[in-house]
Design a binder for this molecule. Structure first.
Ligand code: NAD
Length: 246
């Protein structure tokens, strides 16, 4: 049953955590601009009146400005944004890490989040408040060998989130960082863990629960942050990792 009609932008919406969040938000009654580098697939028919697929590259500031404008044009307002698009980059030690890949990871994971907030905040202020969720990771909380660009980018997302939360605290806008642990999405294929057996084995080794998160459970936390969380929850990393960092 519809509980909310807020207008929300979700990036990285064609796959994984973003796709699951679009569906969770729409099932709760929100209207969603579903944004990805490649046009996200059409939603299931029962959600078609609430989900608008949109193509944009979050590392391009003009494209992100256009994305926010499209949401406002479509829905008449903006109540929230989930800056979630991200890439893993290379798995390589620092001396071998390709400079161009390092730059690309920072452009997508850090600049993408910055542009999303830069263009969404004025609209959220106009709406009288709202919510921003930026996808960091438990990689925002500690180091990771052979993943320097990714780890640096996620630390930066947490820093951006905290700074933004302070800037907009008096505007009724909450800004939080989502920090998932290992989640079973396409990104895991980029790590090279391909077969279901290899994935299960890696999960058994790395997680106290012996499994990775499903995108859908991460989506439920995200939708709560965007639609329902108390206003006093702001500037904070929300960890969903099955106890990995405990
Ligand atoms: P995913 O690969 O399934 O989804 C990422 C989506 O982002 C893809 O659809 C991709 O096309 C899109 N994207 C990439 N670059 C883009 C760009 N420049 N512009 C627009 N869209 C772009 O992976 P996921 O696991 O769902 O990742 C979502 C977020 O969660 C990422 O920020 C990732 O770093 C983070 N995260 C993932 C895990 C995990 O274990 N899967 C853990 C912690 C954090």
């Amino acid at each position: 049953m519809a509980t909310d009609t807020k207008a929300i932008v979700v990036t990285g919406a064609a796959s994984g955590i973003g796709a699951a969040t679009v569906e969770e938000l729409a099932r709760k009654g929100a209207r969603v601009l579903a944004v990805d580098l490649r046009l996200p697939p059409d939603p299931p028919p029962e959600l078609a009146d609430r989900v608008v697929p949109y193509q944009a590259d979050v590392s391009d500031p003009q494209a992100v400005e256009g994305m926010v404008a499209a949401a406002v044009e479509q829905f008449g307002t903006l109540d929230g944004i989930f800056n979630n698009a991200g890439i893993l980059g290379a798995i390589a030690a620092i001396p071998e890490y390709p400079e161009a890949v390092f730059d690309e990871v920072l452009r997508v994971n850090v600049c993408g989040v910055f542009y999303g907030m830069k263009f969404a905040i004025p609209e959220l202020r106009r709406a009288g408040g709202g919510a921003i969720v930026n996808t960091a990771s438990i990689a925002a909380l500690g180091g990771g060998a052979e993943a320097s660009a990714y780890v640096a980018s996620k630390h930066a997302v947490l820093g951006l989130t905290r700074s933004a939360a302070l800037e907009v605290a008096k505007d009724g806008i909450a800004v939080n960082a989502l920090c998932p642990g290992e989640t079973d999405t396409r990104m895991q294929e980029d790590v090279g863990v391909l077969t279901p057996e290899a994935r299960a084995e890696a999960a058994e080794r790395s997680s106290p629960m012996g499994r990775w998160a499903e995108a859908e459970e991460v989506a439920r936390l995200t939708a709560w942050l965007l639609l329902e969380a108390p206003a006093f929850v702001t500037g904070t990393p929300l960890i969903i990792d099955g106890g990995t960092t405990a």
